[in-house]
Design a protein around this ligand. Structure first.
Ligand SMILES: Nc1nc2c(ncn2[C@@H]2O[C@H](COP(=O)(O)OP(=O)(O)OP(=O)(O)O)[C@@H](O)[C@H]2O)c(=O)[nH]1
Ligand SMILES: [Mg+2]
Length: 674
């Protein structure tokens, strides 16, 4: 049998040997951890399936080689049930890939090897990376690596990706594989489908390879095509007819399929998968050592699993978890924020001791630039970091899919299933990656609704505005009211979209991976990556806008803009006219509304409490919460769906914010009158 020929002697312009590697495997097995370890990049990591939604490329130099690495979305098989599977399959067989590293979750061999068996059929050089060996060993089990090598006839590396164990061995094996060549002898005891199917595969195989230049015409080996033809794989049926010019009828595919189905009394996909599972069963028996006793004692992870999915305790825990996040975030944030504010005050008095208070340059640089910088740190960053940390802990421990499961029924009323809860929880951190994550939804309809709901989640930036204004100056009970209104708005939008969008909600299908103690390195690194985004992207904007605002203010240019917006801000929302410009800046980043408001108040020698009444603080925060997704989110929504949909969502949210904001304002007015 022929093999996919690894493009040996590939070299780049620097004359280095190049090896192109695709990381393929089931969802949630640790592909991205390996990818990040090797490339130093920062793919999302977490304990729930479906984080990597797009192929990500990275590279590294190692032992004189240049490695191009591609982190693929997780897939369960090489069938074409999902878009990821089609895209990954086409990519893997493309010229761009020299070899595959198949990342396998060693604690879940039965399911993971299913894909491995299909990958082996592609006859592309392959390395099997058995990851999460630490967890397997904790369960008193191990793998017989020598036996696996013997059976699969390819390189095998045990890996603990989170500790970096085995990741570089993968590259060493890759070099050896490319140097020495790869002999693709499919081990029959591993991959045989049983006599009847094998006979048919042989017949089809002959017919396929008999066409001239088969190897040039097909990136897939003939046997792989034969299996997929039997399985009725639409893409492959089309490929064989149009690219290879064969007639399916004369190949008697239908007839063979029917023969097998009659013989087994089941449909062809079940027959083929049960053959594979049968092989996996025998293999697993041979390679897994130290089977534990049948009666495994319940461990802590099982107990937590039980409690967090319990029909009553599950909800109690969900509420406690959410409360825990807020208490943790705001205790740390308030403490550090207060400290930094005090430092800024001391520094400011020092500055004005040295320079005259009416020095224009000092005002612009210190009040505008430094004020913006310190305000952003004390008002936003100190909350954002602990908040991201808690979200990362939830992600990496495996709690999110449980929350999705608990909320599934409620979410159905909004036209989506429980998975949206995951993107919504991520949305509390930042709407941008959360909206991109909505790709885990199965249908376009669910994706669109999920994106709309997720974009209404108050992100870390909005939360700092709400807590910084209403929480600090009005009272926590009002923060709760705002959240209730916000979630009420989400509910209404969900109901409307569910009613108006054609189609129906599908059922929740999601794997629940066992709980894991979160890895502190992963948590710290991911928290840093998210915070870095804020520090390097938002802080400079805040400093620049601080300076711009100061100039606008000093030269009295704010007024015309605010005047144009005044029917909305002043009349309809009952806010001071000056808030108009801040709401516009808020579209860039929501935290700007508060940071700039605080700066402005300081400039005119007022405190925020003198600028806004408690009622106004509530309306202002409410409008900031709802009025539009920020600019980056709008762009992501457009990318994931269309500009039309992004604009629709923005308009709906503006309408909703104005409607609710107006109602609240007029209710307050009535309240004051009576
Ligand atoms: N204990 C332990 N945990 C690991 C190991 N490798 C990965 N993890 C954890 O497994 C989870 C999944 O890792 P990811 O790298 O995000 O998995 P992935 O395969 O990229 O997942 P998708 O992108 O969803 O397909 C994370 O919570 C990791 O911290 C390991 O070797 N040991
Ligand atoms: Mg990933």
């Amino acid at each position: 049998m022929s093999c996919h020929d690894p493009k040996r002697n590939k070299s780049n312009e620097k004359g280095e040997n190049v090896i192109n590697i695709a990381l393929a495997g089931n969802p949630n097995v640790g592909k991205s951890v390996i990818f990040n370890q090797l490339t130093g990049l920062s793919q999302t990591i977490g304990n729930w399936p479906g984080k990597t939604v797009e192929r990500m490329e990275g590279y590294l130099e190692f032992l004189g080689y240049h490695f191009n690495l591609v982190d693929l979305p997780g897939i369960y098989s090489l069938s074409t049930f999902t878009l990821e599977e089609i895209v990954s399959r086409e990519y893997i067989v493309s010229e761009e890939v020299d070899l595959i590293i198949n990342v396998i979750d060693a604690t879940n061999l039965e399911r993971n090897l299913f894909l491995t068996f299909q990958l082996l059929e592609l006859k592309i050089p392959i390395i099997l990376a058995f990851n999460q060996m630490d967890i397997l060993r904790k369960r008193n089990r191990d793998l017989d690596i020598i036996k696996i090598k013997e059976l699969f006839k390819c390189p095998v590396v045990p890996v603990v990706a989170v500790h970096g164990v085995g990741v570089h061995e993968l590259l060493e094996e890759a070099i050896l594989l490319i140097k020495n060549g790869y002999v693709c002898n499919l081990p029959p005891e591993v991959t045989s489908y049983g006599r009847e199917i094998e006979n048919i595969l042989n017949l089809l195989n002959k017919e396929l390879t008999s066409i001239s230049n088969f190897k040039e015409k097909s990136p897939y080996p003939a046997r792989f095509l034969a299996i997929k033809l039997l399985e009725n794989d639409e893409e492959i049926l089309k490929f064989v007819e149009s690219n290879l010019g064969l007639s399916l009828e004369s190949m008697k595919i239908e007839q063979y399929r029917k023969e097998l189905e009659d013989l087994h009394g089941e449909d062809i996909n079940t027959i083929i998968s049960s053959e594979i599972y049968n092989n996996i069963f025998h293999i697993t028996e041979k390679i897994l050592i130290n089977e534990p006793n049948e009666m495994r004692r319940k461990n802590l992870a099982d107990v937590i699993d039980h409690l967090t999915t319990h029909s009553i305790w599950g909800y109690v825990i969900l509420i406690l978890v959410l409360l825990g996040i807020y208490i943790f975030t705001f205790t740390i944030g308030d403490f550090l924020g207060g400290l930094i504010d005090e430092i800024y005050l001391v520094w400011t008095s020092q500055v004005y001791l040295r320079f005259p208070a009416d020095n224009l340059l000092v005002q612009i640089l210190w009040n505008g630039g430094m004020g913006g910088f310190m305000g952003a740190i004390s008002g936003v960053l100190v909350y954002v970091i602990p908040f991201f940390m808690t979200i990362e802990i939830l992600q990496d421990s495996g709690y999110l899919p449980r929350a999705a499961f608990m909320m599934d029924k409620i979410m159905h009323a909004l036209g989506v299933h429980g998975k949206t809860v995951i993107t919504m929880v991520l949305g509390f951190g930042c709407n941008v990656p959360a909206c991109a994550g909505c790709r885990i939804m199965e249908t376009q309809r669910e994706k669109k609704i999920s994106i709309a709901l997720t974009s209404l989640i108050p992100c870390a930036a909005v939360m700092t505005v709400v807590m910084g204004l209403v929480g600090r100056y009005v009272g926590l009970e009002w923060v709760l009211v705002l959240f209730i209104i916000n979630f009420g708005a989400i509910y209404i939008v969900g109901r409307i979209l569910n009613k108006t969008m054609p189609g129906e909600c599908t059922e929740l299908i999601m794997e629940m991976h066992a709980y894991r103690a979160p890895n502190y390195k992963v948590i710290l690194k991911q928290t840093w990556i998210r915070s870095k985004e804020f520090i390097f992207r938002a802080l400079p904007i805040i400093i620049i806008l601080g300076v711009v605002l100061e100039v606008l203010f000093l030269f009295n240019i704010l007024e015309p803009v605010n005047f144009i917006l005044s029917p909305i801000t002043s009349f309809w929302l009952g806010l001071p006219v000056v808030t108009g410009i801040f709401l516009i800046y808020g579209i860039l980043r929501k935290e700007l509304t508060l940071v700039l408001l605080a700066l402005f108040a300081e400039n005119i020698g007022l405190t925020i409490t003198q600028l806004l009444t408690p009622f106004q603080m509530i309306t202002f925060s409410l409008v900031t919460m709802l009025y539009i997704p920020c600019f980056a989110t709008i762009i992501i929504i457009a990318r994931e769906t269309s500009w039309k949909y992004a604009i629709q969502i923005s308009l709906i949210e503006i309408g909703l914010a104005l409607l609710i904001g107006g109602i609240v304002n007029f209710s307050f007015m009535l309240l004051t009158i009576f």
